[in-house]
Design a protein around this ligand. Structure first.
Ligand SMILES: Nc1nc2c(c(=O)[nH]1)N[C@H]1C(S)=C(S)[C@@H](COP(=O)(O)O)O[C@H]1N2
Ligand SMILES: [Mo]
Length: 438
């Protein structure tokens, strides 16, 4: 590296913009220090000892590989076929149209979920919409109603933004006792996506909002007629009318050809297969804001419009259903996110919350986005309880189930579960879901 380029790297190091050391930089140092201490003890080696004989040349090295096709959409290795979305194991749905399929978080490195693994939630199956005939309309309390074809939408100034995407039903089967085995089943209604589209505010600047307009109805073109009322503030703040995800057009299951994305809010409001936005002066009290997507409160009342997803984290490795291969070094890693801003810190415990230490946050740490955390762990072979606890830029600390029970009624399949997830490790190294137990 030339001195010039190393200077450049130096100027981009953490702390520059904020004129001080970011927590990220501090915890990175802690992380390196503790990893080095572990390495000093000779415990970082996870490979097996190499044989004295040279590594044999496999027969595959004597043959040409697969030919390069003329034109093809690439697929993962056939040896990765186990990495797939899955529907819930907890109960058998008797129909195939209103259900979920979950992302395999235990197999996801980094913070981006590949498009074939992004979780799905449909209320009436997946429509196959021809973009040539699809139309999006903005109407109601606007100066000028507008109708857009897809070819019109892609001509507007666009944005690309990284955000987490989570269903408010994430974790609803596992509150007071474990029902699910893996993190895919407990937390897999969660994905990390780079969304591309037009800001809703850009389209509304053209339509012109009537000063009486306070709410907007977003409606999908699927046969569920799925719709939600959204405060205009959110629409004008950061709502994206998205046509692409992770570098390609939306997949049919995620709303092709166009959907809404409401960063940091429950997935339910991010209307897929978007066909109209109507401006009004009050909410519509639709099915998904009365019969569904509401939270029971102590005393028998139900809370409506709790759309922000509060800070949450989960350890994805090691996690439920895994087997540790004996005492030694393990990297504890997982994901943290908050609908109220950035992740400021994640604490990790290996003793069920008696003691905590700060994990390293792996950059970039972005607003309303998945953040990857890591903490080295030397497992002594004794039973352990692994937990993570997120703190966001508002200072909000991820609660336990017990904490949440103080303010909410946890009865049945309750939405908005952002409590701490404990995983127990027994002396055999078996990792198990311990929600409600530890
Ligand atoms: N039109 C329409 N939009 C919809 C839904 C739907 O069934 N129909 N499901 C909602 C729910 S509950 C969630 S969590 C997200 C899921 O988005 P995804 O399938 O792209 O992950 O879409 C939301 N938008
Ligand atoms: Mo959802």
């Amino acid at each position: 590296m030339t001195s010039k380029s190393s200077e450049k790297t130096g100027s981009q190091s953490p702390g520059r913009e904020e004129g001080g050391r970011r927590p990220e930089a501090r915890s990175r140092r802690n992380f390196l220090r503790s990893s080095a201490a572990l390495a000093g003890g000779g415990m970082l080696a996870a490979g097996t000892k190499a044989a004295a004989a040279p590594l044999a040349i496999p027969s595959i090295a004597h043959e040409t590989g697969r030919p390069i096709p003329e034109s093809v959409y690439g697929m993962p290795s056939k040896f990765e076929a186990h990495v797939a979305r899955r529907r819930t194991d907890v109960f058998k749905n008797r129909q195939n149209w209103s259900d979920w399929s979950m992302s395999p978080l235990q197999h996801q490195p980094g913070i981006i979920t590949p498009n074939g693994l992004i979780f799905e939630r449909h209320h009436a199956g997946i429509p196959d919409i021809d973009p040539a005939t699809h139309r999006l309309v903005i109407h109601g309390m606007v100066r000028q109603p507008l109708e857009f074809r897809m070819e019109d939408l892609v001509r507007y100034p666009s944005v690309s933004r990284f955000h987490f995407h989570e269903c408010s039903g994430n974790g609803l089967t596992d509150w007071l006792k474990p029902a699910s085995t893996t993190v895919q089943q407990t937390h897999g209604l969660l994905s990390g996506v780079l969304w591309t589209g037009v800001l809703a505010s850009t389209l509304f600047e053209e339509a012109g909002v009537d000063p009486r307009g306070k709410w907007a109805l977003f409606e999908g073109a699927d046969s569920a007629g799925h719709a939600r009322s959204i405060p205009l503030e959110k629409v004008m703040d950061d709502t994206i009318i998205a046509y692409a995800m992770n570098g390609e057009r939306l997949r049919p299951e995620n709303g092709y050809p166009v959907r809404a994305v409401m960063p940091g809010w429950e997935g339910n409001v991010s209307i897929k297969w978007l066909r109209r936005i109507k401006v009004g002066d009050q909410p519509w009290h639709l099915r998904s804001e009365t019969a569904r997507y509401t939270d029971p409160m102590p005393g028998g009342k139900w809370r409506q419009f709790s759309m922000v997803m509060e800070a949450k984290s989960v350890i994805t490795n090691p996690s439920g259903g895994m087997d540790l291969k004996g005492p030694g070094f393990y990297e504890i890693t997982g994901l943290a996110w908050s609908g109220n801003g950035k992740i400021r810190a994640v604490d990790v415990s290996v003793d069920g919350g008696k003691t905590w230490r700060e994990a390293m946050l792996e950059g970039p740490v972005m607003d309303k986005c998945l953040t990857r955390f890591k903490a080295p762990w030397e497992w002594d072979g004794k039973p352990a309880v692994l937990m993570s606890r997120a703190v966001d830029s508002m200072g909000y600390v991820q609660p336990t189930v017990k904490d949440l029970q103080k303010t909410r009624a946890i009865v049945g399949f309750v939405q908005h579960h952002n409590a701490i997830q404990p995983w127990t490790v027994n002396a055999k190294g078996e990792v198990r879901n311990a929600i409600g137990q530890a």
